[in-house]
Design a binder for this molecule. Structure first.
Ligand SMILES: Cc1cc2nc3c(=O)[nH]c(=O)nc-3n(C[C@H](O)[C@H](O)[C@H](O)COP(=O)(O)OP(=O)(O)OC[C@H]3O[C@@H](n4cnc5c(N)ncnc54)[C@H](O)[C@@H]3O)c2cc1C
Length: 465
């Protein structure tokens, strides 16, 4: 579309000078994503500050049949927030925390509010918003809703879908879906808010959400364990959960990942000297003042039962941060190592060890000598399974076999009744494969919903379906 299209001129008039830009320098950071895998173009970036402005943008674009792509913090990992010629709608000026109610345990945040800001607001009110992930300093509520983000607390608190009480969204024709309820129970027909959660911006522009708060845990403890095998991780998870009832996060990292972090990430530390094949990071939370003792006791029992080589409980804030730092840098540590085939799969928790064993064999068949960084949210069966180019192979040669690698790893996940996208979504990176693998009946329901809500197909048109 031409940068002087009459609809763009009308958009500029409605939004005023602060609400749009066509300056290539200002737009550039919004056209490239975090992993540098996707880049895009747009004739204009618009940034509504009010719901009425967002409605006017959608109504104008819908009338003119002009497609839009919505972007929050631009931390999505499947390319869905990067426009390819569409009008780019940024939520960066819709950032207010509208209300917070510690008695109803709810908070209403606008779509562009960054997750850490929402966590802080909840904390200041004596409560907690329990979603937590490594991108929380940039990811926004609208993006987290639209990708149904997961993170490290899913086993205890659920994915974003479980944390949204209600929402407000501008529909493709500019009308407003008003549903900012704080009700915990509401059995009046279809739960329409769920349609927007995980929709990757294809059904509406989320402008605000009513979020579920929980009590702040009075006590926390974080431990790192050195393990021989993933089987031990699964057994440990259940044992520690039964004995403490307090597991908030249970993350694993394999040796290759830890070694690359030690090599490529400043200040990364393996707390153990003897290079264990796997590390598990366990976070406990509870209202009980005995939590630290309970955790120590449960860990000692696990060591005695031969479920770990070694265990360390963080003794202070800086050790806690250092344990989490190692886990959070598992993606970044791969960057200097060349090309990686990234997978965000899930399998039933009991199948994690079998998945890892079969996936290692499958990956080595496609690219003998490949380096595998496997890490993630073991407690909900979600493994980030990244296969790096073999040291002896060129990046270009490896790039050529990435589709075969993806296919092989996803076949293994599916053979254990798993998912090819546990928490990142489909976007454009997994779209073709999703359409090929998804049962046709599921696809036709999704297409029917899309056709009714967005008949002109203007919302994130290249994404998901
Ligand atoms: C370092 C790192 C760690 C991560 N860790 C995790 C993790 O542990 N778990 C996990 O689930 N994800 C993780 N992610 C990816 C995750 O999807 C995002 O961080 C987050 O959910 C996206 O939020 P965002 O505001 O950046 O959205 P964007 O990237 O801007 O957009 C993502 C999608 O949401 C849509 N969208 C954005 N705002 C709106 C809106 N207001 N209305 C409608 N559609 C909208 C976009 O069109 C796009 O489809 C990680 C990403 C990074 C970079």
């Amino acid at each position: 579309m031409n940068a002087h299209h009459p609809t763009l001129t009308r958009l500029k008039d409605i939004l005023g000078p602060k609400g749009w830009t066509q300056d290539p320098e200002l737009i550039a950071p919004h056209l490239i994503e975090w992993r540098d895998r996707w880049s895009g173009t747009t004739p204009i970036m618009v940034s509504p500050a009010k719901v009425a402005e967002a409605q006017a943008i959608m109504a104008l674009c819908n009338d003119a049949g002009i497609a839009v792509t919505t972007q929050g913090g631009n931390t999505g990992l499947v390319g869905a927030q990067i426009p390819k010629g569409e009008v780019l709608i940024s939520t960066k000026r819709m950032t207010a925390i509208r209300t917070i109610d510690p008695v109803d345990d709810s908070l209403i945040a606008e779509a562009g509010a960054v997750l850490t800001r929402v966590q802080d607001a909840a904390r200041e009110a004596g409560k907690r918003f329990p979603l937590s992930l490594a991108s929380e300093g940039s990811a926004t509520i609208g993006g987290l809703i639209s990708t149904n983000a997961g993170g490290v607390h899913v086993r205890r608190h659920g994915m974003m879908r479980a944390l949204v009480l209600g929402l407000e969204a501008v529909m493709p024709d500019g009308s407003l879906y008003e549903g900012l309820s704080s009700l915990r129970k509401d059995n009046t027909g279809y739960d329409l808010k769920q349609l927007f959660i995980g929709a990757e911006g294809t059904l509406g522009l989320v402008t605000a959400a009513s979020l579920k708060l929980v009590a702040r845990p009075r006590h926390m403890a974080v431990a790192m364990l050195a393990l021989e095998t993933p089987e031990q991780a699964v057994e440990l998870l259940h044992r520690l959960e039964e004995e403490t009832g307090a597991i908030a996060a249970f993350e694993v990292m394999n040796r290759t990942g830890v070694d690359l972090a030690l090599k490529n990430i400043p200040n990364a530390r393996d707390p153990f000297a003897d290079k264990a094949p796997w590390l598990a990071l366990v976070e406990f939370e509870s209202a009980s003042a005995d939590l630290a003792d309970q955790a120590e006791e449960a860990l000692a029992g696990a060591l005695e039962a031969g479920l770990a080589r070694d265990a360390l409980v963080a003794q202070n804030e800086s050790q806690t941060k250092s344990f989490w730092y190692l886990r959070e840098e598992m993606s970044a540590c791969q960057k200097p190592e060349g090309v990686a085939a990234k997978h965000d799969v899930s399998v039933p928790v009991s199948k994690v060890p079998a998945f890892l064993r079969d996936a290692d064999a499958a990956a080595n068949k496609v690219a003998p000598g490949c380096r595998i960084v496997a890490f993630g949210h073991c407690s909900d069966g979600n493994i980030h399974y990244d296969v790096l180019q073999p040291s002896a192979m060129s990046g270009d040669a490896y790039r050529a076999i990435l589709p075969a690698m993806n296919e092989a790893i996803h076949d293994v996940a599916m053979s254990y009744d798993g998912s090819i996208s546990a928490e990142h979504g489909i976007g454009i990176s997994r779209r073709d494969e999703f359409i090929r693998r998804e049962p046709p009946a599921h696809l036709s329901v999704m297409r029917a919903i899309k056709g009714v809500i967005d008949p002109k197909g203007i919302m994130n048109p290249r994404v998901l379906l």
